[in-house]
Design a protein around this ligand. Structure first.
Ligand code: ADP
Ligand code: ZN
Length: 748
């Protein structure tokens, strides 16, 4: 098996990896990126489903850079195109865009550059692409790849349906041999199917990345005194840019007024404003001249600002897709960020009316079902991130530790029996019933739907008589949230049992449920939830690191203003934070910072080094936390370092020896333990978030080799496959440590 794999076509991944370092300043691909790039460079159609901030751009930009010719990127949003092209140029990559905002002369220049092969990436709007003569023009360009960004716009199931997108199927007919990569942050099954069929993709490989955004702290707050809470929060984060989403234009304006009255740099943004007014507000926000935008959901689609530190929902969003997309606008740079949702039951009622008014019955039903999931999220008493991920068909093995519930867990009881009753009823009714009918069956109701379906004949009919309707409603939603079943929307909302559900049904897994509480009671603010919100702040104010970060941020702003680009195009917050922590004052040091590529070093390096020197940087930096001193170089986490989970005493002893510089062999001898035990200790501690000198076990180039091998083998490969594939060069301990390292890099 390994033979066939090693004779795979020329491996371009090393070239891609070099380009990543050179142009973007990043040391490693996030694992999914490596796979994707390999696939597209192999000339195969590729579908990428990855959350906002996951790093989709790199997936087509790097192949574009290392391939001959020009990658044509179809993107629906003019503002976004401009930002992406600016960011590419800042990284030293030749790129341009053509859309309705570009004049004829400039378009002609760009077209010439494309034909003569001087562009690595050409962004076009779908309207432009399909306009008269454009495809003929493209015939004269040597096209390396078609990248379809925001590909969910093709699906009428989705929230951003764009009719022009459905014409993109023509690309395959005109350019049968050019590979297509479609990218979206929507993971919906139906959307995925539409993308593949409508683009006429040929046996595409689909990459579904984790939708987790671990750097976003998820918080739900009770709906009382929202304005007070907002002002209080901003007061505690005076430098952090954020977005407040509201339902109505009126609310946007009122809140923005109230914030302005408190001296906060805020502005409102909604579809009732002229394009000019909106453009101004957006520009000022991008430039960090406005701290807070109070917007209807219209805002954000077209912006790429990576240093949005928090997003608030003043009102309940109408579904989880929308909520997730909106909170995804926070923390795209991977640095700690916060999402706060204000919630009261009245919001649900208001929203229910809105989503069912003036729409066909079928749509109203769908909207209501989706709203109910949103409500369940807001009322949840188990890890919120689990619920979110579950909604996108993902399971998280452990609670996240970065949501309000994880910080303040509610009480639960053993609900296995209750769950089994519900699961059994679903099973016996052949997975054809929706929630309401299921509850009727469980409670032994004799209504038409029950009798017509013959459900009064099944064994579990009436098995749940003892519980009132609302209790069942809550428990079944908890089971949904826990991934025991899912809703097949296209089959009349029937509940389908998952693998996990079957395990509970068979008694192989217990199921804790939380006691049902009427909403008012559940939404009383707790001390702990207040504490959690406080803990969500990004940097400890007043520390030398925070002071330097502040200075760096000011320098970035000055440079950005001078050059007329948004500050995050100069450097991301994450990059500045790393500079503040490591204080590089040499070329090598600066290039070692994640996000500093060659071009950016040449353009900005000196100014930043000078500032760090003035601040008293340059090697004298003494790390304040005990972890940093034995970890060199520090793994570049894409998320806040997880609060360490406790390690056992014995593991701790091993770690202490490791910190003193002992090898696993030495430790094994010193402690009189088997070498394998010592390695297990190290592995466990690393898995629990402890920092180890990973390079004692695997060097950077070895890590890259292992990563490449994993990319080649694909997701389903076992450790054993990897071991064989690498011809036993590494032992299992090294492979496992490397896997953890890569996982952490990805910020999982
Ligand atoms: P998306 O398009 O999926 O929303 P982006 O492509 O904008 O995400 O990437 C989000 C952020 O992550 C950007 O700041 C990007 O530069 C950064 N990023 C992407 N790939 C990597 C990587 N391999 N290492 C470090 N940072 C990365
Ligand atoms: Zn959690």
């Amino acid at each position: 098996m390994s033979d066939t794999l090693t004779t795979a076509p020329t491996n371009l991944l090393p070239a891609a990896q070099q380009a990543l370092k050179r142009y973007y300043g990043y040391d490693n691909f996030r694992p999914m990126q490596g796979d994707i790039i390999q696939n597209i460079l192999g000339g195969r159609d590729t579908v990428v489903l990855m959350p906002t901030g996951g790093g989709k751009s790199v997936c087509f930009q790097i192949p574009a850079v290392v391939s001959e010719g020009t990658c044509v990127v179809v993107s629906p949003l003019i503002a976004l195109m401009k930002d992406q092209v600016e960011a590419l140029k800042a990284n030293g990559i030749a790129a341009a865009y053509i859309n309705s905002s570009v004049g004829q002369n400039e378009s002609n220049d760009i077209a010439r550059a494309a034909v003569s092969g001087h562009l690595k990436l050409l962004y076009v709007s779908p309207e432009k692409l399909l306009s008269d003569g454009f495809l003929q023009f493209l015939n004269r360009v040597n096209i390396s790849i078609f990248a379809i960004d925001e590909a969910h716009c093709i699906s009428s199931w989705g929230h951003d349906f764009r009719p022009e997108y459905t014409q993109l199927g023509q690309l395959r007919n005109h350019f049968p041999n050019t590979p297509i990569i479609a990218l979206t942050a929507t993971a919906d099954r139906l959307t995925k199917r539409d993308i593949i069929t409508q683009l006429n993709m040929r046996e595409p490989r689909v990459f579904l990345s984790s939708f987790d955004r671990p750097n976003i702290n998820l918080i739900v707050r009770p709906g009382q005194d929202r304005v007070g809470s907002v002002i209080d929060y901003i007061g505690r984060h005076p430098q952090d840019p954020g977005i407040i989403y509201c339902l109505s234009r009126k609310t946007c304006e009122t809140i923005s007024q109230k914030l302005l009255a408190k001296g906060i740099k805020a502005a409102h943004y909604h579809a009732g404003m002229t394009p000019l007014q909106r453009g101004k507000v957006q520009e000022a926000f991008l430039q960090d001249d406005i701290q807070v935008i109070v917007a209807t959901i219209a805002f954000g689609m077209g912006i790429d600002k990576s240093n949005v530190r928090w997003v608030m929902h003043y009102n309940l969003p109408k579904n989880i897709e929308g909520y997730y997309q909106e909170i995804g606008r926070a923390g795209r740079d991977g640095a700690p960020s916060t999402a706060i949702l204000f919630y009261s039951f009245a919001d649900v009622m208001q929203m229910r009316e809105m989503v069912t008014k003036d729409v066909p019955a079928r749509q109203a039903q769908l909207n209501t079902a989706k709203l109910e999931r949103m409500q369940q999220f807001a009322e949840a008493a188990s890890c919120r991130r689990k619920i979110l991920l579950n909604y996108f068909s993902e399971t998280l093995a452990e609670d996240c530790g970065n949501c309000d519930i994880c910080r303040n867990p509610p009480t639960t009881f053993d609900g296995t029996l209750i769950a089994q009753k519900a699961l059994s009823a679903v099973f016996r009714s052949r997975e054809k019933v929706a929630i309401n009918l299921l509850i009727d069956i469980l409670r032994g109701m004799r209504n038409q739907a029950v009798l017509q379906g013959g459900f009064d004949q099944i064994k579990t009919y009436g098995a749940g008589r003892d519980l009132p309707y609302l209790d069942w409603y809550s428990y079944i939603h908890q089971m949904l949230n826990d991934g025991l079943f899912y809703i097949a929307y296209e089959e009349g909302y029937a509940l389908k049992i998952t693998e996990r559900g079957h395990q509970v049904l068979k008694g192989e897994l217990p199921l804790p449920l939380r006691k049902f509480q009427p909403s008012e009671k559940a939404e009383k603010p707790t001390r702990a939830s207040k504490k959690a919100a406080n803990a969500a702040s990004t940097a400890a104010v007043g520390t030398p690191e925070a002071q330097l970060f502040d200075k760096l941020r000011k320098l970035r702003k000055a440079i950005a203003d001078e050059q007329g680009v948004p500050p995050y195009v100069v450097f991301s917050d994450a990059t500045l934070q790393e500079m503040a922590a490591e204080r590089p004052v040499s070329r090598v040091g600066m290039l070692g910072v994640s996000g500093v590529g060659m071009k950016k070093f040449e353009t900005y390096g000196e100014a930043f080094i000078k500032l760090i020197l003035e601040h008293g940087g340059g090697g004298q930096y003494v790390p304040s936390d005990s972890d940093s001193m034995f970890n060199e170089p520090r793994p570049r986490l894409a998320k806040p370092e997880p609060a360490d989970k406790p390690v056992s005493d014995s593991e701790d002893a091993t770690i202490q020896f490791h910190q003193m510089g002992l090898t696993p062999e030495d430790i094994s001898e010193r402690r009189g333990l088997a070498l394998s035990t010592v390695k297990t200790h190290l592995y466990n501690a690393y898995a629990k978030g402890r920092e180890l000198r990973i390079h004692d076990f695997v060097s950077d180039s070895e890590l890259a080799e292992i990563l490449t091998a994993r990319a080649q083998l694909g997701n389903d490969a076992t450790l054993r496959d990897l071991f064989d594939h690498l011809r036993e060069k590494y032992d299992y301990f090294q492979l496992r440590m490397a896997a953890l390292y890569h996982k952490r890099l990805r910020g999982q």
